[in-house]
Design a protein. Sequence first.
Length: 221
Amino acid sequence: MTARAAVFDVDGTLVDTTHLHAVCWWESLRQAGHRVPMTSVHGAIGLGSTDLLAHLLGPDRDKDEDAAIGAGHKALYGTWHERLAPFDGAADVLRRLHDDGWPVVLATSASGPELEALRAALDADEAIDATASADDVDAGKPAPEPVWHALGLVGAEPGDSAFVGDSVWDMRAGRRAGVTPVGVLSGGVCRAELEAAGAAEVYEDTADLLRHLDRSAFGRS
């Protein structure tokens, strides 16, 4: 059998953080003198910091501000670490897939205390085989490199693997990487946008995915 993997985005997919990130980026941008509509900020969540700022402020922005704005977001978001909450079914779907023989890999740009807080919120370390960071690749989502890196950590091939995420950036990365992109609506992106970005399947959230797991990409492989 070709090696396979279940790759999961974390923010907005397994842990309820998308809107927290949006508020923290919005506030950090405001403090730096940039008035960016919250809807625009929300649509950029899922991109790495540099790509997010380029998406929101344009390529001609003062890049010398990037580090300070990123640090501001990190500091603001850090105040929520102890209150992060997983979505219903998040830990259960990871455990079920692990028990079914799927190597489970988290694909996230989080690191350090932020990653520790996410994993503590999930409380499913026994079901997680590896964690891939966008910091380990040259190009973040929607480029395919983060997904390929995640697959490489467990020796998996794209063809029989799937990537679960909540953003259009996740779906585009999954499609470009050659895995099956599986969308969830828990990050606030609508079904039509996820499907237009390449989602092969869309579920309400991880609990909905767990209920339909046998009929999903994970049940058919």
